[in-house]
Design a protein around this ligand. Structure first.
Ligand SMILES: N[C@@H](CCC(=O)N[C@@H](CS)C(=O)NCC(=O)O)C(=O)O
Length: 243
């Protein structure tokens, strides 16, 4: 089996591709970020679309991963697939199942964060749904952010391994997902996060420990880490933030 992974995702944003990318980076795995390569290198967006069209198991949308001709799609499933093969998943079956549940819940949070700026339709411009976005973001800040962050806090608190990580005794892809959503929420809702994140000490401590992981610290300081921007999932629109 080839140990090189081909990750396919939109080249201008962190988006959902960042979840599997963090697993590859943390593990130090050899991978190609195919849509970010030049056409001469066999990359680019057209190469990504072609790969999707030709797939026997077609993904609905990027991100997807190709290894040895096999294709895995859905950010949470790719993260679990990689984590379980690259030493970033727990060992027991019960913990492996729960780590997947955590990653899927993180995907739910990502979808809700996206819908704060696109509550009416993904295909419409933000400017054409700003009013609804303000209302949706208000509910997200008041109800959903505390509910999701409080749940991560509870998961870390009740982890029987008492490791300070979300699942089992060591850092897993589930913790990398928590890191990414904390970073995203801090970017998109800086005022709200400043007001509430002190309530989630264990969850924020996980974010900090992930950021200090040597391979990830190198990655985060590198040009491979695309800055957050207003084309991605987590967008900074001041009118959507508040205490
Ligand atoms: N549930 C999927 C969602 C994939 C998805 O929505 N990808 C976005 C980019 S982040 C996309 O390209 N969507 C195109 C579309 O929905 O038509 C996942 O978590 O991977």
């Amino acid at each position: 089996m080839s140990d090189t992974f081909d990750l396919y995702y939109w080249p201008q944003i962190q988006g959902r591709g960042e979840f599997p990318r963090l697993v590859l980076e943390a593990a130090g795995a050899p991978y190609r970020d195919v849509a970010r390569l030049s056409e001469a290198e066999g990359g680019g967006i057209e190469a990504m679309m072609k790969r999707m069209e030709e797939a026997a198991h077609p993904p609905f949308a990027p991100p997807f991963l190709v290894q040895d001709g096999g294709l895995v799609s859905q950010a949470a499933e790719i993260s679990a697939y990689l984590g379980e093969r690259l030493g970033l998943a727990p060992e027991t079956e019960a913990e492996r199942l729960f780590a997947r549940s955590v990653a899927l819940t993180t995907a739910d949070l990502v979808a809700e964060a996206h819908d704060t700026h696109h509550p009416v339709g993904t295909s419409l411009y933000y400017e054409d749904q700003r009013e609804e976005a303000v209302r949706r973001a208000g509910e997200f800040r008041a109800q959903r952010m505390p509910k999701f962050l409080g749940w991560y806090e509870r998961v870390a608190t009740t982890n029987p391994a008492r490791s300070g990580w979300l699942v089992g005794p060591a850092m897993t892809y589930a913790d990398l997902g928590l890191f990414q959503v904390v970073e995203g929420l801090r970017y998109a809702f800086p005022r709200r996060m400043a007001a509430i994140e002190g309530r989630y000490r264990l969850a924020i401590a996980i974010r900090d420990r992930v950021a200090e992981h040597p391979a990830l610290a190198r990655y985060l300081a590198s040009p491979r880490r695309i800055p957050f921007n207003e084309d991605g999932i987590f967008r900074r629109y001041p009118e959507l933030d508040g205490d």
